[in-house]
Design a protein around this ligand. Structure first.
Ligand code: NAP
Length: 256
């Protein structure tokens, strides 16, 4: 299945996995609808996507935590951008690494509002149109963290366990339609993820990836495009993926 001329909507496309996914779909000649809060970064990704062969790129400034903004921005899209073929629910983050009983409540709320509620708001705004048109694929970014919790990360892990269940529930609710639902659930991927988690502490973020080879954002993007490229009757329910230096959320092969 080719993505030439297909409309692909990616949330959190300004960095990391979302940006790499935009470029991977660009290579296939897709029409890209890209969303994030940082428009300067999004515009850079859009320029690069055009260089790599995207048919057209449209950027929207969107904070997925804002329910009304999500509904209004998506309702206000020009007609030619409303017919979304592939939705990649990628916007997400971790904040803090604290014992759950001592965690910062603002950190919890930011993770829950973005990773769970934001994903739901976008899904609610996009999927009815897919059902109406009888075409579509929703790809949600889960995590190995959604399968096995790790110490001090309980709330982030909880949000990703929720994504796994929402993915399952949505697929059940779409049974009888041709809409596909997939979750791509990576282990450690070297992006700004840890920098965001540690509120910009570069030294602490670098330690996360020390002594091992993590996945790259391109590895995950490639997998997302693969899942979206299966024949129309094939639904990949979920893909759990890590680098060879990781067995699960807790076990790593570190050389130093
Ligand atoms: P990243 O490099 O920090 O990128 C996160 C993206 O999400 C950015 O484009 C950011 O854009 C966007 N975002 C965050 N909050 C947002 C909001 N409220 N509204 C709209 N966009 C928002 O991190 P990443 O590693 O690529 O993470 C992407 C997804 O993969 C997340 O769902 C994450 O949980 C998941 N994941 C990551 C890893 C990993 O190890 N890196 C592993 C498993 C799963 P703006 O800041 O410009 O809005």
């Amino acid at each position: 299945m080719t993505h030439k001329g297909k409309t692909v909507f990616i949330t959190g496309a300004s960095a990391g996995i979302g940006a790499a996914t935009a470029l991977a779909f660009a290579h296939e000649g897709a029409r890209l609808l890209l969303a994030a809060r940082r428009m300067d970064k999004l515009v850079d990704v859009a320029d690069e996507a055009r260089n790599r062969g995207a048919a057209v790129v449209h950027c929207i400034s969107l904070d997925v935590r804002h329910r009304e903004a999500v509904a209004n921005e998506l309702a206000a899209l020009p007609k030619e951008w409303k017919a979304i073929d592939v939705l990649v629910n990628n916007a997400g983050l971790s904040r803090g690494l604290d014992k759950l009983y001592l965690g910062k409540i603002e950190d919890w709320e930011e993770m829950i509002d973005t990773n769970i509620k934001g994903l739901l708001y976008v899904t609610r705004a996009v999927v009815p149109g897919m059902v109406e048109r009888g075409v579509g694929h929703v790809i949600n970014l889960g995590s190995t963290a959604g399968h096995l919790a790790y110490p001090n990360g309980g709330v982030y892990c909880g949000t990703k366990a929720a994504v796994h269940m929402l993915n399952d529930g949505l697929r059940q609710d779409l049974l009888g339609t041709p809409i596909r639902v997939t979750s791509v659930e990576p282990g450690m991927v070297e992006t700004d993820f840890s920098l965001v988690r540690f509120h910009g502490d570069e030294e602490r973020a670098a330690k996360v990836y020390k002594g091992l080879t993590p996945l790259t954002p391109e590895d995950v993007a490639d997998t997302i495009v693969w899942a979206a490229s299966r024949p129309a009757h094939v639904n990949i329910a979920s893909i759990l993926m890590t680098s060879v230096d990781q067995a699960n959320s807790l076990q790593f092969n570190r050389q130093s």
